[in-house]
Design a protein around this ligand. Sequence first.
Ligand code: F6P
Length: 336
Amino acid sequence: IQRIAVLTSGGDAPGMNAALRAVVLAGEHYGLEVFAFKHGYQGLLDNDHIRLCGADVLHILQYSGTIIKSARCKRFVDADAAELAAKNLDALDIDALIIIGGDGSFRGAEHLAQFWNGQIIGVPGTIDNDLYGTDATIGYATAVAIAMDALDKIRDTADAMDRVFIVEVMGRNAGFIGLSSAMAAGSERMILPELQNDKPLTVAALVKHIERVQKIRGDGSYVMVLSEHQWPGGAVALAEQLEAEYHLPCRPCLLGHIQRGGPPAPADRILASELGVHAVELALDGQTRVMAGIKNHAPVAVPLADTWQKKNPLNKNLLRIQHEIFNPVKKNGNGQ
Ligand code: F6P
């Protein structure tokens, strides 16, 4: 192969720039020409591309965001959009396309594969860590570090004021950021999608747990991590309900998009660097419709469709430790 193209798609994730840098440097190393399409799939449709050399990606790995921009492109589900993208890729003689993004972006990649004969390689870039086949996704470590830092800060004020806090974190439909940040910050409680699907937590059970934990510990602070979309009205509504109905002093805190910014954590920079090179080497190896992943420290190639069709489960041992050892909850199935 001679020419490859790369794009970043969907919600940006810290480390995407590091992955882009790695793709460009590996491309140069192997004598390939590297192009980038801007604004994700939208750039494929608009034929909005640039040629990238090593000099263009110097000193970008320490920044979050993505210098080639990202976007969510609703139109790409249409057949005529994928056909247009294929036409634009062929006009530029692209042999392989590297897509840095999450499950939505990989679905788009599979859709494109129905209309384009070139090779398609995915690189897992999402803070949600919700892709099967890789130990971690690029951006996840940074998001957890940011959430942990926020939870530590919240603890100071919760402790001083003997208050309950509900900290809402991202993760889309997965509880990875919630579980890891709760564990890292010693939170008393988590409301995670994986637990809510099984047996949704009731307010009455939550209040019992709060009161029990506060009594046993003689400490009024109680910091709860709530995954987004897991409570009607989110952290604000739940905090209001606890205050109004149970007279529990409670405050909500929504972390939102700060979880996607700031300097990428070392683990994300290193993962992104390894995966970017791995993606180029998979392309050189003739592979297609696979995601470049890392499993048990070794590079792997995972069929793209598996990455969202198969489940990436939460760490059961961490759940057990949180629910049985650190903050015992009455057994009602799945720690709820
Ligand atoms: O997928 C990454 C993510 O940050 C999710 O955690 C979150 O639900 C979503 O993107 C937010 O999307 P947007 O940036 O489009 O509001």
